[in-house]
Design a protein around this ligand. Sequence first.
Ligand SMILES: [Zn+2]
Length: 90
Amino acid sequence: MEEDLRRLVEASRDSNADDEHDPEGQTIAYERSQLMALTDGLRTRLAELDAAGERVAAGTYGRCEVCGEPIPVERLEARPTARTCVTHAR
Ligand SMILES: [Zn+2]
């Protein structure tokens, strides 16, 4: 998945070489920035999921990192990577 995105980003970078003469240049630049934002978002999500997995392994998953109280199931269903209870959510 990330590999595909990287290739797309690189392909668009190549075709972007002469932006100023290319009427499509703006669109490609825009699409590239959209892709970059998407990739960043995915990377963040992956990191959150990794961290959640570590908490499952450590037996601390589903507990607030601030007060140690169990995080309500409804909150975990809505946001499985939540690290805190509603009270301590940033
Ligand atoms: Zn809490």
